[in-house]
Design a binder for this molecule. Structure first.
Ligand code: ZN
Length: 284
């Protein structure tokens, strides 16, 4: 009888442990998935909008149209016509997210990444980074801008913003995908006509659009920057991995590739942490 009683106790303990184990596994899976997609849906926009952004956004609002993407943005590519648009080794980083800016509005924080194709012979065409609909166009040189609205799997939206285009090849309301050329960059000599170093793409990933693009030069703190933007290099590292995991996973690729990946990371860390001053230009 005693043996039977002990057996019952052991049975219940084992069954309970097994159940707990299953629960914690399923929690870790959910957490993993939640971390894979950045969801800016729960935000109180009004609370965190500064007076300067509120004021300037009213001037830019007419350049925006409300759009509703029909398709989900599920795959992401780099915005140039590169041999491999999933490989960060194919682009050069000029300036990182959060870097100090002394021009336009002195002391604002850099809202995106400044990038060019690594191969100088590459075409300067700029592609959409994923499926979406064009919702904002500013034709004012040298800050000609296209913003695309993207719908994510969980129903939230984010925006990709492309600044310093020489020409714009798309229109508000147009549906685009990663094969759509939306504009072209300045060459070095063309950029000099505007008195600045605008021969790069300033690329942003925006959480919200109610600044109508003026947060690009009006965010004066990291907290404010994080209200409006996602670090594009982090975003692409995360989302391009889904397509080209070998690029970032040292264990499954060559030593050379692994070394290059860490060089990119270390270069980005220096750019993002620096107080670099971009010179006397009006770039964002
Ligand atoms: Zn920039």
């Amino acid at each position: 009888m005693n043996k039977y009683f002990i057996f019952l106790i052991i049975f219940f303990v084992v069954a309970n442990c097994s159940c707990t184990s299953k629960t914690s596994n399923s929690i870790s899976v959910v957490k993993k998935n939640a971390g894979a997609v950045q969801t800016p849906s729960k935000q109180n926009h009004e609370v965190f909008q500064s007076d300067s952004i509120k004021k300037y956004s009213q001037l830019l609002k007419p350049l925006y149209v409300e759009v509703e993407p029909a398709d989900l943005a599920e795959t992401w590519r780099l915005p140039f016509g590169l041999p491999n648009r999933s490989d960060l080794n194919n682009i050069n980083f000029i300036s990182g997210f959060g870097a100090y800016r002394s021009t336009r509005v002195k002391g604002h924080e850099h809202s995106g990444i400044d990038i060019v194709p690594a191969d100088k012979k590459s075409k300067l065409d700029v592609y959409a980074v994923s499926k979406g609909v064009v919702c904002f166009i500013n034709q004012e040189a040298p800050v000609k801008t296209v913003i695309i609205k993207h719908k994510l799997k969980d129903g939230s939206v984010i925006y990709s913003s492309y600044i310093h285009l020489k020409e714009i090849y798309t229109e508000r309301g147009k549906t685009v995908d990663d094969s759509t050329i939306i504009g072209v960059l300045y060459t070095k000599s063309e950029a000099l006509k505007y008195g600045g170093n605008f021969d790069h793409l300033h690329l942003e990933i925006k959480k919200r659009i109610d600044d109508f693009s003026c947060a690009s030069w009006l965010c004066m703190s990291r907290e404010e920057l994080d209200e409006y933007f996602i670090n594009p290099s982090e975003f692409f590292k995360q989302h391009l991995l889904k397509i080209s995991r070998k690029t970032a996973m040292c264990g499954s690729t060559s030593f050379f590739r692994c070394k290059t990946y860490w060089q990119i990371n270390s270069k980005l860390a220096k750019l993002e942490g620096s107080n670099q001053k971009p010179g006397e230009s009006a770039e964002v």
